[in-house]
Design a protein around this ligand. Structure first.
Ligand code: NAD
Length: 281
């Protein structure tokens, strides 16, 4: 049976380290502050925003909350971002996605000062990641690297397959694994002989948004399986993209859903807030 990679415990360890860093910065006169903007009241976004603010409180940094009505115009949102870009007492700016359809997400992401882009979605942050320069890294893939390292799983030289090629998970994940000297394959919905490709993986990372798509016939015996998916199954129970009960007996280590990758995303957002001080320095 596989070892269960406990994202809850590892994220708590990281948050406790960040608490110390936040206290040291405070003692040196820097009060780190994250501005969180939400437009409308998408229920999932409300939960995420609440958890992000709770995370700030836990590590002892400030958070400013902007809960804007659904009918907020793009101009109004861009004006707020400009104000926050200019404020020296704001270190990070996060716009909770998805935005209402009348607002163009790309325009909004590009409006955030890359030095305050704690989600790591700005094209400049993505470009910096691509060529190995300093910049913010998208939180979920950064969290997965931490999960692997802190579980003692070697990445260098390993055959890694990333299933999914989204801008916020799949692509930055592949770049981070490459930075860690893995041999990386990205597979997606158009990949031929998908199972043959995923079966090559020593480390298989799944981010497709399809409940329990990955069964044991996608997995090499003894592989490490990281499940990014957050879905609901037929009984409305939270589940991942991996069929945990089917895959766990054949792999070496696996992340559960919930309690695997999910908690790491917020921990890495908080890490980016602390790191922002260096980037702004
Ligand atoms: P997305 O919809 O943007 O991308 C999905 C990717 O999967 C696409 O690249 C597509 O090519 C690929 N794909 C879809 N169906 C496939 C199939 N049948 N076979 C092979 N490839 C297929 O999704 P995303 O934003 O990357 O999110 C993926 C999942 O991760 C979702 O369940 C999402 O909720 C979850 N997620 C979790 C966190 C977290 O903090 N744990 C963060 C972000 C996303």
């Amino acid at each position: 049976m596989a070892a269960i990679i406990d994202g809850k415990a590892i994220s708590l360890q990281i948050k406790d380290e960040l608490k110390e860093k936040a206290a040291a910065l405070k003692a040196a006169g820097t009060n780190v502050t994250l501005a969180v903007i939400q437009v409308g009241s998408n229920p999932a976004s409300c939960v995420y925003v609440r958890n992000k603010k709770k995370g700030c409180e836990y590590i002892g940094i400030g958070s400013l909350s902007y809960e804007l009505p659904e009918e907020t115009t793009q101009e109004e949102l861009l004006t707020l971002i400009e104000e926050l870009n200019a404020r020296v007492d704001v270190n990070g700016i996060l716009v909770q996605l998805p935005l209402p359809t009348h607002i163009d997400e790309d325009t909004v992401i590009r409006a955030i000062d890359p030095k305050k882009d704690v989600d790591g979605f700005h094209p400049q942050s993505v470009g910096a990641l691509c060529i190995g320069q300093p910049g913010f890294v998208s939180c979920t893939p950064a969290g997965i690297i931490q999960l692997l390292k802190r579980s003692g799983i070697e990445i260098a030289g390993k055959e890694c397959v990333v299933l999914g090629r989204s801008n916020i998970v799949g692509k930055p994940m592949a770049l981070l694994l490459l930075r860690e000297n893995a041999t990386v394959t990205i597979a997606h919905s158009k990949t031929k002989d998908l199972k043959e490709v995923t079966k090559r993986a020593d480390i298989l990372i799944v981010a497709v948004g399809r409940p329990k798509l990955v069964t044991r016939d996608y997995v090499k015996e003894g592989a490490v399986v990281i499940d990014v998916g957050i879905n609901r199954d037929e009984n409305n129970k939270m589940c991942g993209d991996v069929d945990f009960d089917d895959v766990a007996p054949v792999c070496n280590a696996i992340t559960p859903v919930p309690g695997g990758v999910g908690p790491m995303t917020i921990a890495m957002l908080l890490n980016n807030c602390i790191e922002s001080v260096k980037l702004q320095g």
